[in-house]
Design a binder for this molecule. Structure first.
Ligand SMILES: *[C@@H]1O[C@H](CO)[C@@H](O)[C@H](O)[C@H]1NC(C)=O
Ligand SMILES: *[C@@H]1O[C@H](CO)[C@@H](O)[C@H](O)[C@H]1NC(C)=O
Ligand SMILES: *[C@@H]1O[C@H](CO)[C@@H](O)[C@H](O)[C@H]1NC(C)=O
Ligand SMILES: *[C@@H]1O[C@H](CO)[C@@H](O)[C@H](O)[C@H]1NC(C)=O
Ligand SMILES: *[C@@H]1O[C@H](CO)[C@@H](O)[C@H](O)[C@H]1NC(C)=O
Ligand SMILES: *[C@@H]1O[C@H](CO)[C@@H](O)[C@H](O)[C@H]1NC(C)=O
Ligand SMILES: *[C@@H]1O[C@H](CO)[C@@H](O)[C@H](O)[C@H]1NC(C)=O
Ligand SMILES: *[C@@H]1O[C@H](CO)[C@@H](O)[C@H](O)[C@H]1NC(C)=O
Length: 482
């Protein structure tokens, strides 16, 4: 059984004039450590790294419909759930990843295609249909915009329509007809598939929504599978992206093109190596990868372009809303560390959880729905500890800590404010001495997340070039400097 020992509130020692009152530092630990260790943190805004895109989630495969009432969530709570995810002062998310559906009719659990009747040849006709719904993804996107005017929409296809593929169906893998190695094809369908993807972006434009990133693949290294899926290695990706890239840019000069949502960071890097060997390393703008089959451990070979984690959840466990109780990989504290490792070791610009809100007893979503109830996981508070303070467009800056189990990263926002998220993995508090270079901020505000706090403001103080603070055990604390 886990004890719930809590420390008395303690005061960080003074070296300058700075005092942070540490809130009650309860941890899932059976005794109260009464030693406070010291560590130093250095932040240098003169050394800059990647530009951040943000955090996000998806409503693919009809799951968005559950967020909008299909499992009993009332209209008022539909709004609250969406606000909890995307409001700058709550969940702080800003990315919505939508599935460009490939199912030719309405099937529960699939996303309907904008091309219900796939023509027999690439000559057409292409009778695109917009139902003003997109299997509830339009409502998810619109409601996210209501609470965050700077939503980054990632429109991503799991498969091309069946007629454009070697297997003749959206399921069971297969290749885009026209790429090298694709047999059982009667024609080159690459331009048709590129036009189809661009048409989806046009439908969103008609709704007043700008798609920021367009993707043609989902897990192309993981096939064949029974749901909408399509295979590609990096050479085959080159053969398609050389058609999609100019087509997308001609229609939407500002749009970014993704490659290629592999199942893991290592699998994505392999696709990128092949794409480069094929001469295609300028045919994409964002390297997109999932975290299922391998972790980000090193910089990406993305030819200087940003990389973004675009889908992941544990998916095997029961619903887990905890910050740090069992140590299981769906807990918020673990997600804080995953994000730290991606942002610092791989210069990752964005982090997208799998589902946003789902009526489920499993751990695939940030928010669990149960009829008209909803439960927020601490995973969302891990996202919020970063992205409420390092807003889209923030640039990561140099940050280091003197202790291995004390993780720090830092970001400068476009208006010059600074976010310094710190994660303390130890079961004891650290007294921090934080040294700033190239930063003119005069005020620091601390926001604590642990088993008892959800991004809760716990202190504010005037600062100089160095300031002192305490971080609680098994906690994440973001210092926001202005
Ligand atoms: C905490 O400190 C007090 C006083 O120094 C000491 O008596 C006690 O044994 C310590 N507790 C632990 C768990 O180290
Ligand atoms: C919603 O989830 C509950 C379990 O929490 C389940 O009993 C119910 O069938 C689900 N409803 C739908 C529409 O999926
Ligand atoms: C969108 O379509 C789904 C079925 O895919 C339906 O349940 C829902 O009510 C529709 N939403 C709107 C706003 O029309
Ligand atoms: C070849 O294409 C046809 C027509 O699209 C399809 O019915 C068939 O299953 C495909 N064969 C293989 C081996 O994929
Ligand atoms: C592209 O972005 C620029 C800068 O934000 C903007 O001024 C321009 O209108 C955009 N162009 C289009 C076609 O959306
Ligand atoms: C923090 O959020 C959790 C859900 O993640 C909730 O159960 C808890 O009541 C919240 N605590 C506070 C202090 O807001
Ligand atoms: C700067 O941007 C941050 C993040 O968007 C915001 O919270 C803060 O209020 C802004 N500060 C000023 C002084 O504009
Ligand atoms: C800090 O102030 C100096 C001197 O006014 C200025 O040159 C510098 O750009 C400022 N740095 C930041 C990050 O605002």
């Amino acid at each position: 059984m886990l004890g719930r020992a809590c420390q008395k509130p303690q005061i960080g020692k003074m070296k300058s004039l700075i005092v942070f009152v540490a809130a009650t530092g309860c941890s899932a630990w059976s005794y109260t450590p009464n030693t406070t260790y010291s560590a130093s943190i250095s932040v240098n805004a003169l050394q800059k790294y990647q530009t951040m895109i943000g955090g996000g989630c998806s409503g693919a495969f009809g799951i968005a419909c559950q967020q909008f009432g299909s499992a009993g969530l009332s209209v008022a709570k539909q709004d609250i759930v969406t606000q909890t995810l995307f409001d700058e002062n709550i969940g702080g998310l800003s990315i919505v990843r939508n599935d460009i559906g490939s199912t030719p009719s309405y099937v529960a659990g699939d996303v309907a295609s904008i091309l219900p009747i796939c023509p027999a040849t690439p000559a057409g006709p292409f009778n695109y249909v917009w139902d003003g719904n997109d299997t509830c993804q339009l409502q998810l996107t619109q409601t996210a915009f209501k609470y965050n005017p700077n939503i980054y929409v990632y429109a991503d296809a799991w498969s091309a329509p069946g007629c454009m593929k070697s297997v003749g169906t959206e399921d069971n893998g297969g290749f885009i007809c026209g790429v090298r190695g694709a047999t059982n094809c009667s024609a080159d369908w690459r331009q048709a598939y590129a036009d189809y993807l661009v048409q989806y972006v046009k439908f969103y434009e008609q709704e007043g929504i700008e798609v920021s990133l367009l993707g043609a693949y989902n897990e192309p290294d993981f096939n064949p599978v029974t749901y909408a899926s399509m295979e590609s290695d990096g050479y085959q990706a080159k053969d398609f992206l050389e058609v999609l890239y100019p087509t997308a840019k001609a229609a939407f000069p500002n749009i970014s093109v993704a490659c290629c949502d592999a199942t893991g960071a290592r699998q994505e890097r392999n696709i990128l190596y092949e794409l480069e060997q094929a001469g295609g390393s300028d045919l994409f703008d964002v390297a997109t990868w999932h975290n299922y089959q391998s972790n980000p451990e090193r910089p990406f070979n993305s030819n200087g372009k940003p990389n973004m984690m675009t889908e992941w959840a544990d998916g095997t466990g029961k619903w887990n809303a905890y910050w740090d109780v069992t140590g299981q990989l769906a807990e918020g504290f673990q997600w804080a560390l995953y994000m730290h490792n991606a942002f610092v070791n791989s210069e990752t610009s964005g982090y997208t959880h799998w589902w946003c809100a789902q009526n489920t007893t499993g751990d695939n979503a940030l928010i669990r729905l149960e009829y008209d109830n909803y439960y927020v996981s601490a995973r969302l508070w891990a996202f919020a500890s970063y992205f409420r303070f390092a807003r889209p467009g923030a640039v990561r800056i140099e940050a280091s800590s003197s202790a291995e189990n004390l993780y720090v990263s830092a970001y400068i926002n476009t208006n010059g404010t600074i976010a310094i998220p710190v994660i303390n993995e130890a079961h004891f508090p650290y007294e921090l001495s934080i040294d700033l270079t190239g930063i003119n901020a005069t005020m620091a505000t601390a926001y604590l997340t642990n088993n008892e706090h959800n991004v809760t403001m716990t202190g504010q103080t005037q600062i100089g070039r160095t300031f002192m603070a305490t971080i609680e055990p098994r906690a994440m604390k973001t210092f926001f400097l202005s």
